[in-house]
Design a protein around this ligand. Structure first.
Ligand SMILES: *Cc1c(COP(=O)(O)O)cnc(C)c1O
Length: 406
């Protein structure tokens, strides 16, 4: 069986984790802080906060900005449920926008049309690792007509004076847009280090802070850190200092810090991320493109453009002129050939919870079309060229088998 996305675990990772285990300090401490520093340098921002998931990072940022009942947050209909669930957690309304038919990202015109006086945040998602069109998104939120419509309800909202752009970059660490890395393209950007993501800590995530002046991102880092630890004004490491036992709780915060044992996995992986992981992923994505380009039925995903490079997180192939049932049959056939594939994603309106809230799939026809023809192929550093060629063969055969009987 060719697996879909196994984690890359090598001796360097095992050594780093063992080092954490033997150090006497296993929760948030020196390794997590080191990972934050290295991420900040890599991305090109001053302040990065590591957490136990991207979900926690997104929710923490929404809470920091004061998103609550009565507010709206715009996000694509085509994303993982985490992007929308955090909006629900805050009591606000996820407002969905349809997506593009070339890449899978949010349609900027649909996004802009969804803005109302209740809109507090826009959450673009870099699907598959390809950055959204951030110049256009940032232009929209800075337009006078939208700024005038914006109704600030907290000091932070007053200070920003416009809709906040919170990038869900769960897929796109290391990707670039106009020569700049994700992490610097929005007011705040959240990476995921979940087991299947490009850079993993088993579970984990990070918030890159990039709010404009007069915001003090170092101060916001401390605010978020407190919010990630029950609103406790001292973390466990600070309390370890001699006689420094006393603490206070300043709000009913969340509990979503990253432990050092997990940060160790990320630290070790990160050392080879730029020079081994990204180039290998790129190579594999281009090998798929080469293999499929001769087939009219294969709609290749956008992986690089003149101003974007992907993190090559997913290889999202679409097959032209098929229906959901045929797509599903093709997937079954591929599995029967011992190749694991996946679908990214089931659009939010197809999920029971969102369906019951009244979201209608018909309102997002491009998202549905993308979904109904999409198959994500295995793409990870340890995939060999030979395995990739087997995946290609399996896809070609499966499509042929399914379409010749229907
Ligand atoms: C994986 C993923 C998340 C959530 O990441 P966690 O670290 O598991 O919380 C959010 N958004 C998208 C698009 C994802 O794929």
């Amino acid at each position: 069986m060719i697996p879909f996305s196994p984690p890359h675990i090598d001796d360097a990772i095992i050594r780093e984790v063992t080092d954490a285990l033997r150090s006497g300090w296993i929760t948030t401490g020196p390794k997590t802080k080191q990972l934050e520093k290295e991420l900040a340098t890599y991305v090109g921002v001053q302040d990065v906060l590591c957490l136990n998931s991207a979900t926690a990072g997104l929710e923490l940022m929404l809470r920091w900005f004061g998103v609550k009942e009565g507010d709206e947050v715009i996000l694509p209909a085509y994303t993982y449920s985490a992007t929308a669930n955090v909006v629900i957690h805050c009591g606000a309304v996820p407002v969905l926008a349809d997506v593009n038919g070339d890449d899978f990202n949010i349609d900027i015109q649909k996004m802009e049309a969804a803005i109302t006086a209740r809109t507090k945040v826009i959450m673009p998602v870099d699907i598959g690792g390809l950055p959204c069109d951030y110049a256009a998104i940032n232009r929209v939120v800075n337009e006078m007509q939208h700024k005038q419509k914006f109704v600030p309800a907290t000091a932070e909202q007053e200070k920003l004076g416009r809709i906040m752009v919170l990038s869900d970059a769960a897929h796109s660490i290391g990707a670039t847009y106009q020569g700049k890395r994700t992490g610097t393209l929005a007011d705040a950007t959240v990476f995921s280090f979940h087991a299947v993501k490009n850079l993993t800590t088993a579970e984990g995530g990070a918030v890159c802070l990039h709010l404009p002046a007069p915001f003090d991102n170092a101060f916001i880092y401390r605010q978020l850190n407190t919010k990630s630890l029950h609103g406790q004004n001292k973390d466990a490491l600070a309390k370890m200092q001699k006689g420094n036992w006393e603490y206070d709780i300043v709000e009913a915060g969340m509990k979503c810090n990253m432990p050092d044992v997990l940060a160790a996995i990320g630290l070790a992986t990160f050392r080879s991320y730029e020079n081994m992981h990204l180039p290998r992923r790129k190579q594999l994505a281009h090998r798929y493109a080469e293999a499929f380009k001769e087939f009219d039925w294969a709609q290749l995903p956008v992986i690089d453009t003149s101003d974007k490079t992907s993190s090559y997180h997913l290889y999202m192939l679409r097959i032209r002129n098929i229906h959901v049932t045929q797509r599903n049959a093709i997937i079954q056939n591929i599995f029967d050939q011992d190749v694991a594939v996946n679908v990214h994603f089931k659009p939010l309106p197809l999920l029971t919870y969102y369906k019951e809230l009244g979201y209608k799939m018909e309102a997002y026809p491009v998202a549905f079309d993308n979904y109904s023809r999409e198959i994500s192929l295995p793409l990870y550093v340890d995939l060999t060229d030979e395995q990739l060629d087997l995946v290609v063969k399996a896809v070609i055969k499966a499509r042929h088998d399914v379409l010749s009987v229907s």
